[in-house]
Write a protein that binds this ligand. Structure first.
Ligand code: ADP
Length: 494
């Protein structure tokens, strides 16, 4: 078993990895930037190493500093989390070259799957269906035009090295094509250092459904069913659930098999996710994410399998302790991502000091959090604060439980998306299960906070500031100014 893990990340995922390692009796080392001296993943750490200044390219993204930190603290392994260097083959290779274990796939698999074009052709060879489309080797705009005509408009221009929703352009007719290709090339070059773009058929009403896979180094590759991730803003997920209402048992098996075939085609080891777009009974390969996903907890809730612990066991050279037949789904899980952002202004990040925080608790309510009362959320990184995950016997129960949990979540002092999430979950179309990737644009286009809620926020902020002469902690009570569903329980307040 691994002896000591350096966690090359921050925020909720760093805390999540720390928790798994602690349960396994494995010590961990946190790393931090100057902006994160007071961060939760540092406060909870028994050992932490300062990497450097706040900008990620001077701290969390500096490979040599991370390797040095691991060496100096006697770590034998590195967990990259998600984001930052998690899908950087050079980092995985540097970790291995330093005689440390990378808790994730082999650099070769990360490299092969990191390029979306390369991954597409690998999947076609493995008979996994891909979205109609392809690249234009000549780079000539006339060839782009004839490929687009062949695919049929609308099309989407995508960066081969893309990620995080960057470098994508939707084009509805030939007139826009040249400008879109050139803009996508420029964005791809500046964001990823590779200007290669390609075309795909733009599916106008798809669901995003992905399959969790896990593989050990003994050739066992299995899947842990799907996650429905269609609720997105700016092509990025904010609510996920499992199982997906769209899948019949036959389709579930077919997609699971396709995901396993995809992982095998890349000789994949560790936990990974095969993403598909689903439209009218057909599914198409999108990409493989070669890391733990933000939304992994919903899979854990329904299967009872701890994916981070499995990653650690696999990296330690152990065999998977369960087979495909052992993996069963129980109930329905929902995850909401809690962001410091303002849904009323196009989801603009809204960092700042959390004056007061009260996180929800309860049976089958899980909160993976990276913040606390009094923490100043830095502007430098992804504004995710936490994730709330609920399990119910049915989809409705899971959503009802989530709604109550979110109503009981109090984040005072910074703008956040909690109320937006409540409205999204309780939209009749969401309840009916009519999900697709354009759901938010269609159903909640002009969402704004009510005047009452704005006043409530100001009152909470005032109350929190009045208390700030003394230590504010999450167990401090703020006066209950609204009809919290838990008010009747009283004891939840102190
Ligand atoms: P990234 O790696 O940048 O996140 P993805 O390829 O995973 O990009 O796509 C992210 C999201 O963009 C998808 O979940 C979907 O909403 C949208 N998208 C991507 N490709 C298509 C397509 N061909 N048709 C329709 N929507 C797409």
């Amino acid at each position: 078993m691994l002896k000591k893990i350096l966690i090359a990340n921050r925020g909720e995922i760093a805390v999540r990895i720390m928790r798994a390692a602690r349960e396994m009796g494995i010590p961990t080392v946190s790393v931090y930037s100057e902006a994160d001296r007071e961060a939760l993943h540092v406060r909870l750490a028994t050992e932490a190493v300062l990497l450097g200044p706040a900008p990620a390219n001077e701290s969390y993204l500096v490979i040599s500093k991370l390797i040095d930190a691991a060496k100096k603290t006697g770590c034998d392994s590195v967990h990259p989390g998600y984001g930052f260097l998690a899908e950087n083959a050079e980092f995985a290779q540097a970790v291995q070259d330093a005689k440390l274990t990378f808790i994730g796939p082999q650099p070769r698999a990360i490299r092969a799957l990191g390029n979306k074009l390369g991954a597409r052709s690998m999947m076609s060879k493995a008979n996994v269906p891909t979205v109609p489309g392809g690249e234009v080797k000549s780079g000539s705009i006339d060839d782009f035009k004839s490929l687009a005509t062949k695919i049929g408009y609308p099309i989407i221009v995508k960066a081969a090295a893309g990620g995080g929703g960057k470098g994508m352009r939707i084009v509805t007719d030939e007139v826009q094509l040249q400008e879109a290709v050139e803009a996508a090339q420029r964005e791809a070059k500046s964001s990823f250092g590779d200007a290669t773009v390609y075309l795909e058929k733009y599916l106008s009403h798809p669901r995003h459904i992905e399959v969790q896979v896990i593989a050990d180094s003994f050739g066992h590759t299995i899947h842990l069913f799907e996650r429905e991730c269609s609720i997105q803003r700016r092509h990025q997920k904010i609510i996920e659930e499992t199982p997906s209402l769209a899948l019949t048992p036959e389709l579930r098996t077919k997609m699971g098999d396709a995901a396993v075939a995809a992982a095998k085609a890349a000789s994949y080891i560790s936990a990974g996710t095969v993403e598909f777009l689903y439209d009218s009974g057909n599914f198409y390969f999108l990409e493989v994410n070669t890391r733990i996903q933000v939304e992994h907890p919903i899979t854990e809730m329904v299967t009872g399998i701890d994916l981070v612990k499995e990653q650690i066991r696999i990296a330690s050279g152990e065999q998977l302790s369960f087979s495909q037949a052992d993996v069963k789904m129980r109930g329905h899980a929902t995850e909401c991502r809690i962001y410091a952002e303002d849904p009323a202004t196009g989801f603009l990040p809204s960092p700042g000091k959390i004056l007061h925080l009260k996180e929800p608790v309860g049976g089958n309510v899980r909160v993976d959090s990276g913040v606390y009362s009094g923490f100043d959320v830095p502007i430098y990184y992804d504004p995710i604060l936490s994730k709330v995950i609920t399990l119910g016997r049915t989809r409705d129960e899971s959503i009802d439980r989530m709604t109550l949990a979110l109503k009981d979540y109090r984040i005072v002092g910074i703008k956040n998306n909690v109320r937006f999430l409540i409205d999204c979950l309780n939209h009749p179309e969401y309840r009916a299960g009519n999900l697709f990737t354009g759901f938010i644009d269609k159903n909640l286009p002009e969402w704004a906070e009510s005047e009452t809620d704005k006043e409530l926020d100001a009152a909470y902020a005032g109350a929190a500031l009045a208390m700030s002469g003394r230590q504010v902690s999450s167990t401090d009570a703020l006066p209950d100014l609204e009809n919290s569903p838990w008010q009747a329980l009283g004891s939840w307040e102190l």
